[in-house]
Write a protein that binds this ligand. Structure first.
Ligand code: F3S
Ligand code: F3S
Length: 105
């Protein structure tokens, strides 16, 4: 799976959503999360993020490893909805992300 990391927090550019052929990028309050079971590893989202927040799971920089857990953890209660657009914005964040200080410009 691909993982969205810290640069997305409080940015939520959403360019990535347009590229995903399986609609597996879900919107939380402070960032977007890739569904680890629904992602087909196509790589289409990674180059379009203007802040370079998206990484293949094995390539997530060490300082952002907690975001790997956050992308998985976000879906623990949600299960596998099978498409982000029909779910819409989800009023939550992974606890690690919720605890991050605000990221301004
Ligand atoms: Fe976030 Fe980048 Fe997508 S900022 S919403 S991962 S395009
Ligand atoms: Fe979707 Fe492909 Fe990225 S399946 S999350 S666009 S790697």
């Amino acid at each position: 799976t691909y993982i969205i990391a810290e640069p997305c927090v409080d940015v939520l550019d959403k360019a990535c959503i347009e590229e995903c052929p399986v609609d597996c990028i879900y919107e939380g309050n402070r960032m977007l999360y890739i569904h680890p079971d629904e992602c087909v590893d196509c790589g289409a989202c990674e180059p379009v993020c203007p802040v370079e927040a998206i990484f293949y799971e094995d390539d997530v920089p060490d300082q952002w490893k907690n975001y790997t857990s956050a992308n998985y953890g976000f879906f623990e209660e949600l299960g596998s909805p099978g498409g982000a657009s029909k779910v819409g914005k989800i009023d939550k964040d992974d606890p690690f992300v919720a605890g991050q200080p605000p990221r301004g410009e």
